[in-house]
Design a binder for this molecule. Structure first.
Ligand code: APR
Ligand code: PHB
Length: 389
């Protein structure tokens, strides 16, 4: 099995295949330091935690992850908390940075296998319709060919795997958004127990965290924003203005140690499999970050795929491999819908009408006052169990 990409999808899949006794190799174009330091997501659904536990990769997570039973939504002088356990029959989410999850998986793989080759850039995947697809890659200035029984592209939105499938096989559905996120990491203890999502006349803001000492914060900004145009004081002032426009509440401030602008996009490539080549995670789909679904969708994909390869290994049947794409796409489109709904509910389009703003406020008021609306939102946010076989 050849896996392209050592992000959460590739690394978790490698652990699952290793546990099933299935040989695989992971090719990663960047070096270990880059892969482990990339600032990305921070919220794990229960099914993702369960997947990590099932492959023995959750020891540090069990010690350090922060269980969260709710979030706070703020809008026009209103503030309300969504309590997950009471709305979902006991579900919660976990705050544990993607960087930490990746470090745990990399350490485990380097210790126990399977092979993880850094600075190995896949050039192309060929032979998807044959019994032996190959990955051509470069490493240490030389070109190599990895002959496989199966190939899984876990190489993200900018990866090469999906381009190796025959023309006309894939169809990609895409949507842009008229804004982006400025994300910052700050050495400042969060002034809040749970995540705070704010709808404000100045635009969206999110107060998240990485630990009791480190805040992770986001501001809606125009596409094309240069992070260097946002010095620390401007970031803190804008966050306070959006999170508490009427005063009375202020963030704890501290040095900002990382800042970047995240593009906002929605994209789904169908099908997620062709011949002996599969796609998983960001290689197949991108969601707006608002609903914290990207990492959890990647974990769900490879949970389904790992289960399918194990089934093949034990029974010789490709039944679960044959249904992999349809199984995952049901969850992907549900997550796309929720992430786009949450994004359009909380963000302010550059030319948004007053009518559109009133519609947003009506929906937020509905969430604050209707247990039915709140329960549906909480069910989507905490994530539904990965589909059984
Ligand atoms: N050859 C080898 N590796 C590659 C290539 C290539 N040609 N192209 C990309 N890669 C690697 C990238 O360097 C990256 O490490 O594939 C990996 C893809 O990882 P992610 O982009 O993290 O995608 P995924 O594993 O699906 O995880 C999804 O990451 O992007 C976030 O928000 C997203 O939280 C979600 C999660
Ligand atoms: C994060 O902490 O990175 C995060 C949390 C919740 C979101 C998005 C990002 O909805």
């Amino acid at each position: 099995m050849g896996i392209v990409g050592a992000g959460p999808a590739g690394l978790l899949l490698a652990r699952q295949l290793h546990a099933s006794g299935i040989d695989c190799v992971v090719l990663e174009s960047r070096d270990r330091s880059y892969v482990e330091r990339r600032q990305r997501a921070g919220i794990l659904e229960q099914s993702t935690v369960d997947a990590l536990r099932s492959v023995g990769a959750a020891d540090r997570l069990e010690r350090e992850a922060l269980p969260h039973d709710g979030i706070e939504l703020r809008f026009s002088r209103r503030s309300f908390r969504l309590d997950f356990p009471s709305l979902t029959g006991g579900r919660r989410v976990w705050v544990y940075a993607q960087t930490e999850m990746v470090k745990d998986l990399v350490a485990l793989q380097l210790k126990e296998g399977p092979p993880l080759l850094f600075e190995a850039r896949a050039l192309a995947v060929e032979g998807a319709n044959t019994d032996n697809p190959v990955i051509r890659y470069t490493r240490s200035g030389r070109e190599h060919t990895l002959s496989c029984d199966w190939v899984v592209g876990c190489d993200g939105y900018h990866g090469v795997t999906r381009h190796g499938l025959p023309r006309g096989v894939l169809r990609t559905y895409e949507r842009g958004h008229p804004y982006a996120w400025l994300g910052v990491l700050a050495e400042a203890p969060p002034a809040y127990e749970e995540l705070v999502y704010a709808h404000s006349e100045r635009g969206f803001a999110l107060a998240s965290m990485r630990s009791p000492q480190v805040s992770r914060l986001y501001l809606q900004v125009p596409n094309g924003t240069d992070p260097e145009d946002w010095p620390d004081d401007r970031v803190w002032d804008e966050l306070d203005a959006r999170l508490a426009p009427h005063g009375g509440w202020r963030l704890h401030r501290g040095p900002i140690t990382a800042r970047s602008v995240l593009p906002m996009r929605s994209s789904v490539t169908e099908p997620m499999a062709h011949g002996r080549v599969f796609l998983a995670g960001d290689a197949a789909h991108i969601v707006p970050p608002t609903g914290a679904k990207g990492l959890n969708l990647a974990a769900a994909d490879v949970t389904v795929l790992g289960r399918a390869f194990s089934h093949l290994n034990v029974t010789g049947s490709t039944r679960l491999l044959d249904t992999y794409s349809a199984t995952c796409l049901r969850r992907v489109w549900r997550a796309e819908h929720f992430s786009n709904l949450m994004t359009s509910l909380l963000h302010r389009d550059p030319d948004q009408s007053a009518f559109a703003t009133r519609l947003q406020l009506a929906q937020l008021e509905r969430l604050a006052t209707s247990p039915h609306a709140a329960a549906e939102f909480a069910a989507q946010y905490t994530g539904l169990p990965v589909e059984a076989e």
